[in-house]
Design a protein around this ligand. Structure first.
Ligand code: NAP
Length: 531
């Protein structure tokens, strides 16, 4: 990405960006705000497609502002997009992988060039702070490049196997990985860049064509990514972008026999429903499901408490707690509980809440009215169960906050161990904290959930080894002030979950991911001497 410096933006480095990034972001905000309210089409077979019904995309910062008008696609649009992808597939799969890689890299470069514009739209649409927004776009570009590197490193996934021990004949055996066909990608609202781009790029590099549906709260960022693919010259029908409700348009996609494989990223509930529906087909089709989290932090009595408090604060409240990787449970050895809690409260109370387009704001609004209402309901429920707020527990409604969905970062203590909120993914700026008598108790409780996405630990090197060994999670961190459970980056921390957090057991942005988008074919050729 272009910052005129050697600075590489990741979620680990984003806390100290060069000043030029701020200037460019502010300029982009001005430009984007000058063109709000426009209508955006779906893209099917390379053409803009309009539906008879529309929906408005409003910013959660100020719900009186319409960001854009989008198409409320219907099942016929789902069918048209799938037909376009099917038609384009033979040409795309027969395009040499080197050429496919070229297209995807070109799209990544276009994303880099448009990072400030897409980042500004992201802040407006999701309510993400500016560095998180720029991070999401930069991550998307890296998620485009990563499968390209993997394809090259594995030379197109053609592997010579052992020859059969035949007498008088030669048998050559070759393993090749080949694309499935038409791949469906459905993404959630919180990372509309990365979770659109990661699965899409892997599917395309592998030689599949794609039909993509974004979350209804966040159609604009994916539309801009679709434009990068189109402008990179990706042939018509290879990537199709449709918008509309999950319950109708999304369901029509899920129910179609024209889908050969799916990557769904979203909640456990919706993911399980989709998984069951998808299983109604005539045979089993690959399903990559990236689902929710209930991510724990464990703090040992030997931990550096300043690092722990900082890492927990960042992971609990970054993006208003609406990350699948957000830290939502903290288990602290009792002798250091008060000291850790005091530090965590002090840092949390310094968080600036407000318009995420502004440079010094860490927390913007939650994404929509439902999330805003849920925040208040969870707080009430926890209080009624005997919990107390160490800080937070309120919504902000005055002045600049009046028209948005602003919640205070909330630390809940004394929530009874048996309470459902210890196990339920709230997806809010709420973290629950408790003292534990020892690390064994912390681990037992940390693992006692249906999820297994991310987890973090602070303690000694020996304790860290024990933590890595015992914790049930796909992404784990130790002694990390940048974020106890958040901040994965492709190629550095491949991202995926265990148990109810993910179905494939292989992490996006890692070495085992791209092959999920291809099936293996063994090619045996027997030749006679002299033939
Ligand atoms: P969600 O409610 O599960 O929705 C996700 C997507 O599914 C949206 O595009 C939604 O469309 C669509 N959808 C809903 N019903 C559908 C149906 N019947 N058929 C097809 N599609 C359907 O999730 P969210 O609230 O957007 O995102 C938050 C969740 O995502 C959290 O649980 C979070 O942990 C998880 N997440 C997981 C990861 C990961 O990598 N593991 C990453 C990020 C987020 P509409 O918006 O139109 O309803």
């Amino acid at each position: 990405m272009s910052t005129d410096s050697n600075f590489k933006l990741t979620y680990s480095t984003m806390f100290n960006p060069p000043e030029v990034m701020h200037t460019r972001f502010s300029d982009a905000v001005t430009q984007v705000k000058a063109h709000l309210g426009r209508e955006h089409a779906m893209i099917i077979s390379g053409k803009d497609v309009f539906a008879s019904e529309k929906f408005e995309d409003r910013t959660p910062i100020d719900t009186s502002v319409v960001l854009g008008v989008f198409q409320k696609g219907i099942p016929a649009d789902a069918a048209a997009a799938l037909a376009a992808a099917r038609k384009a597939w033979p040409g795309w799969k027969n395009t040499p992988w080197q050429k496919r890689v070229e297209y995807i890299r070109k799209a990544a470069d276009l994303m880099d060039q448009r990072i400030y514009e897409i980042g500004a739209v992201m802040s407006l649409e999701v309510g993400k702070n500016r560095m998180e927004s720029l991070g999401d776009v930069a991550e998307t570009a890296d998620l485009f490049r990563y499968p390209c590197e993997q394809m090259e490193e594995h030379d197109g996934y053609v592997v010579k196997m052992k020859a059969d021990p035949l007498v008088g004949l030669t048998s050559t055996n070759t393993s090749v990985l080949r694309p499935y066909g038409v791949w469906l990608v459905i993404s959630p609202f919180n990372f509309p860049g990365a979770l659109t781009g990661g699965p899409t790029a892997a599917a395309l590099v592998a030689g599949n064509t794609v039909v993509f549906k974004p979350a209804t709260d966040t159609p604009w960022v994916p539309r801009l990514i679709a434009e990068c693919l189109r402008d990179a010259g990706v042939p018509e029908g290879v990537f199709n972008y449709v918008t509309g409700p999950g319950s109708s348009l999304g369901q029509a996609l899920i129910d179609s026999p024209e889908v050969d494989g799916i990557t769904f990223t979203g909640s456990l509930d919706v993911g399980m429903r989709i998984f069951r529906n998808f299983a109604q087909g005539r045979y089993v089709r690959p399903s990559i499901l990236e689902l929710g989290g209930k991510n724990p932090a464990i703090v040992s009595k030997h931990a550096n408490l300043d690092d722990a408090a900082l890492g927990i604060m960042r992971s609990a409240f970054g993006l208003q707690g609406q990350k699948c990787s957000a830290c939502s449970r903290v288990f602290v050895e009792e002798s250091v509980y008060d000291a850790l809690a005091e530090r965590l409260v002090a840092l949390t109370e310094k968080i600036k809440i407000g318009d995420p387009l502004e440079q010094d704001v860490y927390m913007g609004p939650v994404v929509n009215k439902g999330a805003y209402q849920d925040f208040q309901d969870y707080c009430r429920e926890a209080l009624e169960a005997g919990a107390k707020f160490l800080t937070g527990g309120k919504v902000l409604t005055e002045g600049a906050y009046a028209k948005g969905y602003f919640c205070t970062p909330t630390i809940l203590a004394d929530l009874p161990e048996s309470h459902r909120l210890w196990k339920h993914e709230m997806f809010e700026p709420i973290v629950t904290i408790t003292p534990v008598k020892d690390l064994q108790e912390a681990m037992r409780r940390a693992n006692d959930v249906d999820y297994g996405l991310t987890a973090g630990f602070y303690g000694t090197p020996d304790e860290v080894e024990w933590f890595f060994d015992k914790i049930e999670a796909g992404v784990t961190y130790a002694n990390r002030p940048q974020g106890v459970t958040t901040g994965a980056w492709p190629g550095y921390q491949p991202f995926g979950g265990w148990k109810g957090s993910g179905a494939s057991g292989k992490n996006s942005g890692g070495v085992y991911y791209l092959p999920l988008y291809m099936h293996e074919q063994i090619r045996t050729l027997v030749t006679k001497p002299g033939a």
